[in-house]
Design a protein around this ligand. Structure first.
Ligand SMILES: Cc1cc2nc3c(=O)[nH]c(=O)nc-3n(C[C@H](O)[C@H](O)[C@H](O)COP(=O)(O)O)c2cc1C
Length: 379
């Protein structure tokens, strides 16, 4: 991506009852890489700011490391704190909460997020077949599942329609070839004609013919600049979700060493490693990923919070403790922790504020006399 010119005006993104000025969703990033600071700043700048809940309570005062059970209460209380903090930063912006379906406290966190004023709940790592049940008392909370292909979108829509007479307020579509963090294996993506553009067009077709409702489609993975955004709009997306590019912002909640590691990284540093959730994941290569790929039994650590419904580490002593690996990196140990990253990592050239990044991404195109597109300073 990233070779074309600016071709479009960006339209606001409506998700359920909530309207973001720009069609840019900041991807959730665990553990505490996207907390209140980043989410609040993005919401303030006109995008959708998203708080990641995986392990949110881990380094909070609510978690007593000697009592694993306190982890779930800690997650809830820490989420309440982060939502309040984000809302203070952005009283009127659109703020979302991301919850992994694969976690044990997914239902409790969804209820908490809805009750505590999240505008949107976005889910990852699994199909949220029962999600509407958890937010039934909060009809204004928009529900946005992440899907990898048309089959999973279809199954989800059919299930929600028959069980709850409800549809998703938007769908996030993974570009499995580029996305940072977990992704659904996509062997077919290398086959000519099978790409995120194909998935978007198949989804549009399915939604038009079988559902008859316009559901916004948001592409996630590999998007780093305005021309990428325009590309996604041209293939029929209504919005984009960007994670990696937001890591190198001043407001990102991770340790400065984590951000610095991203600034220095090249595309060739990105590797695919197995994860205890049973999916492949994309990350920056380091000592940790080398150990995972050679012999993960040499890795130190234990299951610290029993957080996942199914965990290869806890159940089979395979791979590693996801929470510990992600949080270690985010707190600055960039050799011994897991640094999720998308393939576009080398496009982050310098640290900037969220406002500056959003301005760069959203400047309006003007057509010059030569017929070239040029940025305008106003929007
Ligand atoms: C450091 C990092 C952590 C992530 N954590 C989560 C997460 O907790 N939940 C989730 O659904 N997606 C997670 N993702 C995926 C992002 O939300 C987003 O979809 C992805 O970063 C988009 O691809 P890009 O990084 O190429 O922009 C993570 C990605 C990164 C880079």
């Amino acid at each position: 991506m990233s070779n074309s010119v600016i071709t479009s005006i960006l339209h606001p993104l409506r998700i359920g009852k909530h309207i973001a000025q720009y069609p840019i969703v900041q991807g959730a990033m665990a553990v505490r890489v996207s907390g209140a600071n980043l989410a609040g700043a993005v919401a303030n700048a006109g995008g959708v700011g998203v708080i990641a809940t995986l392990g949110i309570g881990l380094d909070s005062p609510y978690f007593d490391k000697r009592k694993r059970k306190s982890f779930f209460t800690a997650n809830k209380l820490a989420l309440i704190d982060e939502l309040k903090k984000a809302r203070n930063i952005s009283p009127d912006g659109v703020i979302g909460v991301n919850i992994l379906v694969a976690t044990k406290d997914y239902a409790a966190l969804a209820q908490t997020a809805a009750a505590q004023g999240a505008n949107i709940i976005i889910t990852g790592a699994g199909l949220p077949l029962s999600l509407p049940e958890y937010t039934v008392d909060y009809p204004d909370v928009a529900l946005v599942p992440t899907v990898a292909n048309v089959d999973s979108a279809q199954f989800l829509c059919q299930t929600w329609q028959s069980r709850y007479n409800r549809l998703p307020d938007a769908l996030i579509v993974e570009n499995c070839q580029m996305i940072g963090g977990h992704f659904t294996q996509c062997e077919q993506a290398d086959t000519p004609g099978f790409s995120v553009a194909t998935v978007i067009s198949q989804l549009r077709d399915y939604l038009e013919k079988h559902i008859g409702v316009m559901i916004p489609l948001i592409v996630s993975g590999g998007i780093c600049d305005r021309s990428d955004i325009d590309c996604m709009m041209q293939i029929g997306a209504n919005g984009v979700q960007m994670g990696t590019r937001f890591i190198t912002t001043l407001e990102c909640d991770a340790d400065p060493r984590y951000k610095e590691r991203h600034l220095q990284a090249h595309a060739t540093d990105v590797v695919t490693v197995p994860s205890p959730v049973g999916k492949p994941s994309r990350a920056l290569g380091n000592l940790f990923t080398e150990q995972v790929m050679t012999d993960s039994s040499t890795l130190e650590g234990r299951c610290i919070a029993n957080c996942l419904e199914v965990c290869l580490f806890r159940d089979k002593r395979k791979t590693y403790c996801l929470l510990q690996a992600l949080s270690q990196a985010a707190r600055g140990d960039v050799e011994n922790g897991l640094i999720f990253s998308g393939t576009n990592v080398s496009n982050s050239k310098r640290m900037m504020s969220v406002a500056e990044l959003m301005a760069e991404l959203t400047r309006s195109p003007n057509i010059s006399h030569e017929g070239d597109y040029k940025y305008s300073e106003v929007n």
